[in-house]
Design a protein around this ligand. Structure first.
Ligand code: T46
Length: 138
């Protein structure tokens, strides 16, 4: 198992084609995200005060984009923590495997889109922080 560090979880500037008719952003697998995209999902209608996440993935790579509105993502590699405020639809946050994440502070109307490197698989999750820590710091 590869132990991740927060250093690789960085904001990616996605291309933005500005146009008086409205802006356009695109994402190309292998070019803007360092993985093949196998799944896209999105969170929406998130009630004020809700928290999401609260888990880590063993092998999943993700790019998280605030398509609309804003929210905070708190990342934790077992040693260091950082919080990122996402509020631009031309920025994506790359999150590598083995990073505990929690999300909160969703604005009204926020839409969080996630590009993921694999299909949904519950066995890829750590949902217990102590289990995650045991594997990060055996
Ligand atoms: C992450 C944040 C941003 C599925 O059936 N298929 C799916 O593709 C997903 C993502 C979830 N589910 C089911 C599994 C659970 O019964 O939907 C329920 C909620 O899933 P989860 O606990 O993963 O939801 P979030 O919003 O806490 O977390 C998700 C991602 O799992 C996670 O990787 O970073 O969105």
């Amino acid at each position: 198992m590869t132990i991740a560090t927060l250093d690789v979880c960085q904001l990616v500037d996605l291309p933005k084609i500005s146009d008086p008719r409205g802006n356009l952003t695109f994402v190309e697998a292998g070019r803007h995200v360092p993985f093949e995209i196998k799944r896209v999902y999105y969170l929406y209608d998130v009630p004020g005060g809700a928290e999401r996440g609260g888990h880590a993935h063993k092998g999943l790579h993700q790019l998280i984009v605030a398509m609309s509105g804003s929210f905070d993502i708190h990342l934790d590699d077992g040693e260091n923590k950082k919080t990122i405020h996402l509020n631009r639809s031309y920025n994506g946050l790359y999150v590598c495997p083995m990073i505990w994440r929690e999300m909160d502070n969703f604005s009204s109307g926020a839409v969080c889109m996630v590009l993921a490197s694999n299909f949904y698989d519950e066995s890829d999750y750590y949902r217990d922080y102590n289990e995650f820590m045991k594997d990060v710091h055996p």
